[in-house]
Design a protein around this ligand. Structure first.
Ligand code: CP3
Length: 346
């Protein structure tokens, strides 16, 4: 049996939308919380193939999702380039303040540092059934740069946005370094067994239009070009979270095969504006956190709005800690049931 996700991404009709969830592994699962105690730090956990494989497999075993996403984090790239990272109620990095800080980064150890990730991908592909697609991923340059300059998470990423305006050449050097690192990192993931790539630009939405083009669209276009030149058959999903009406320009200019929609995008708009692409999304993680009948009604609304279109069912952002694992089970069962007509016809 072939994978529903790969079918939809290849442009073919599937009997029902495939489903997977961003952050499908993680703290909402008791088995993850138990496993997490086996490594001292979160990054050590990510760099231990045995543990990362097990964390990836936990939601697959529990729910039979249509795709597994490599268990890792987007911040392993800054870590590998020399921005020291710790996790203490969210990521903490030594902030990069200027061009001299950018110049201190180096990609010489990139692949040696990330070798455990490639090992995790290889082990995963060997143990997953053929119908479960394996998704590799990376953070996009803007989002990675935003954390590296800010030194932590933020609502506005003002330090990064000021750096980009004050010294566009210096900031551009950081974006270029990240674009190269992300491209070669993703190629290695593909060579190790990743069948689909997702590029997370979680903070694309804080950029005004001209900067969105320069720091989000242009680097994503270069990454997709590099991947497509070397591995034309591997589909790429772009997630420029918060892009609004610029989702269309992003899809058109970058050459991605699909876009992952955040919760603010009306599906009635996406149906027309993004008709040429597969779309992924966009259930509100808060609906999943709340659960019950409204959750199922909300999922039905998405299925109905995208009927006849290439939909990959997912959330508009990651599963929130505190989500009831049973609510996830109910959601997966609903999407897997497929269209009512088909069920009656059987
Ligand atoms: O989706 C999956 O199941 C795969 C694993 C995955 C993680 N992070 C695990 C994780 C993926 C795909 C990510 C991506 C990621 N990481 C993004 C892009 C997607 C998004 O959410 O916007 C971003 C911005 C990060 C950076 C990051 N990592 C933050 C801000 C935090 C702290 C906040 C939080 O949720 O804890 C992390 C830590 C992190 N990454 C955890 C997990 C399971 C929690 C670590 C723990 O176990 O305590």
């Amino acid at each position: 049996m072939t994978s529903l996700l790969l079918e939809v991404l290849a442009g073919r009709a599937a009997p029902r939308p495939p489903i997977w969830l961003m952050r499908q592994a993680g703290r909402y699962l008791p088995e993850y919380r138990a496993l997490r105690t086996k490594a001292e730090t979160f990054l050590a956990f990510c760099y231990t193939p045995e543990l990362a494989v097990e964390a990836t497999m936990q939601p697959i075993r529990r729910y039979g999702l249509d795709a597994a996403i490599l268990f890792s984090d987007i911040l392993v790239i800054p870590d590998a380039l020399g921005s020291r990272i710790t996790f203490d109620e969210g990521p903490k990095l030594v902030p990069i303040e200027d061009a001299a800080g950018v110049a201190r980064l180096s990609s010489v150890n990139l692949h040696a540092h990330l070798a455990p990730v490639y090992e995790t991908v290889a082990r995963l592909r060997a143990s997953l059934p053929a119908e479960t697609a394996l998704i590799g991923f990376a953070g996009a340059p803007w989002t990675l740069a935003a954390y590296m300059v800010e030194g932590q998470g933020s609502k506005e990423f003002l330090a990064a946005r000021r750096f980009a305006r004050r010294d566009p050449a210096g900031f551009g050097a950081l974006i270029d370094l990240l674009t190269e690192a992300v491209s070669s990192y993703l190629l290695r993931q593909i060579d190790a067994g990743a069948q689909v790539i997702q590029l997370f630009d979680s903070w694309a939405g804080v950029l005004p239009a001209p900067e969105f083009e320069r720091w989000c669209v242009a680097p994503a276009a270069r990454i997709v070009q590099t991947l497509k030149a070397a591995r034309p058959d591997v589909p790429v999903i772009g997630f420029p979270r918060g892009a609004g009406v610029q989702y269309r320009e992003f899809a058109r200019r970058t050459g991605v095969d699909a876009v992952s929609l955040d919760t603010t995008v009306p599906l009635e708009w996406a149906r027309d504006a993004l008709a040429e692409w597969a779309v992924q999304g966009n259930l509100d993680p808060v609906a999943l956190l709340t659960g019950g009948a409204p959750l199922l009604a909300e999922a039905e609304r998405i299925l109905a709005a995208m009927a006849g279109r290439r939909l990959i069912f997912n959330l508009g952002h990651g599963v929130l800690p505190g989500t009831d694992p049973e609510a996830v089970a109910a959601l997966v069962a609903l999407v897997k049931r497929g269209p009512i007509e088909q069920k009656d016809a059987r």
